[in-house]
Design a protein around this ligand. Structure first.
Ligand code: ATP
Ligand SMILES: Nc1nc2c(ncn2[C@@H]2O[C@H](COP(=O)(O)O)[C@@H](O)[C@H]2O)c(=O)[nH]1
Length: 218
C-alpha cells in the first residue's frame, strides 16, 4: 500500500488505516472531522448504514444510507472489509474505496465500533492503528448526546445503556484519548497520527535511500 509524501524528495510510504472508536457521544466524529480537514493525506472511509439520516446528514458525506435488502446484497457480494450491527442498525466499511485510496497513496480513517476494529485489525494487523476515545464521565456523555440534539430520547437512552459495553473494549486499542478538553484531545490525536505516519516500518523509501547514501563517495 504505497503512500507518496512529496516534501522535497519523493518518499514512498506504506499507507495506514487509522481506526477511531468510542461510545456514542464521546466525540470521535468531531475529532475525526477536524483531523480530515487538516490532513490532505487522509481519506475517510464513508460507511454504509441502514440507519436513517439525521437532520443535516447528506448521502455520501456522513454515510451511504441504504435499506436492509441492499445491505444483504452487498454482504453477499463480499463488498465489505467489515460489517456489524451497532445500536439496532447495520453498518459496513466498503472494501473498494479503501483499497483504492491506499493504492493512491492515501491513509484511511475509520469511525467504526469495536467489532469493526477487531475485524480490520485481524485482516491487516501491521497496517492498522487503533485509537479509543473516552468521555470524561458518563454524566458528561449523556449531556453531550442530549446537547447534540440529533436523536430522540429513547435512542439516546439505548446508546447510553450500551456505552459501557463499548468502553469495555478499550484495552484492544493502541492509544486511548480522554476527550475532556476538545483542543487538547485533538492535539493528542494529531501527535499520534504524525508519529504513526513517520514509523520506520512504513518508510518504504528508507532502505533504498540508505543504500544510495552508503554508496556515495566522500
Ligand atoms: N471535548 C468535548 N467537549 C464538549 N463537547 C464535545 C467534546 N467533543 C465532542 N463534543 C460534542 O459532543 C457531541 C457528540 O460528539 P460526536 O458526535 O463527535 O460523538 P460520536 O462519538 O461521534 O458519537 P456517535 O458514535 O453517536 O456518532 C457533539 O455535539 C460534539 O460537538
Ligand atoms: N463496525 C462498524 N461500525 C460503524 C461503521 N460506521 C459507523 N459505525 C459505528 O456505529 C456507531 C453509531 O454511529 P452513528 O453515526 O449512528 O452515531 C458508532 O460507534 C460508529 O463508530 C462501520 O462501517 N462499521
Amino acid at each position: 500500500m504505497p503512500n507518496t509524501e512529496t516534501t522535497g524528495t519523493q518518499r514512498i510510504k506504506r499507507g495506514l488505516m487509522l481506526i477511531v472508536s468510542s461510545p456514542s457521544g464521546a466525540g470521535k466524529t468531531s475529532l475525526c472531522r477536524r483531523l480530515m480537514a487538516d490532513h490532505a493525506d487522509l481519506d475517510l472511509s464513508t460507511s454504509v448504514t441502514t440507519r436513517k439520516p439525521r437532520p443535516g446528514e447528506q448521502e455520501g458525506r456522513e454515510y451511504h444510507f441504504i435499506d436492509d435488502a441492499r445491505m444483504d446484497k452487498l454482504v453477499k457480494e463480499d463488498a465489505f472489509l467489515e460489517h456489524a450491527a451497532v445500536h439496532d442498525h447495520r453498518y459496513g466499511s466498503l472494501r473498494e474505496p479503501v483499497e483504492r485510496a491506499l493504492s493512491q497513496g492515501q491513509n484511511v480513517l475509520f469511525d467504526i465500533d469495536w467489532q469493526g476494529a477487531q475485524r480490520i485489525s485481524a485482516k491487516a494487523p501491521s497496517d492498522v492503528v487503533r485509537i479509543f476515545i473516552l468521555p470524561p464521565s458518563m454524566v458528561e456523555l449523556k449531556r453531550r448526546l442530549i446537547a447534540r440534539a440529533q436523536d430522540e430520547m429513547a435512542v439516546i437512552e439505548r446508546r447510553l445503556q450500551r456505552a459501557k459495553g463499548e468502553i469495555s473494549h478499550w484495552a484492544e486499542y493502541d492509544y486511548v484519548i480522554l476527550n475532556d478538553d476538545f483542543d487538547r484531545s485533538y492535539a493528542e490525536l494529531v501527535h499520534i497520527y504524525h508519529a504513526e505516519v513517520a514509523r520506520r516500518s512504513r518508510g518504504l523509501w528508507i532502505a533504498p535511500f540508505v543504500d544510495e547514501l552508503m554508496s556515495e563517495t566522500i
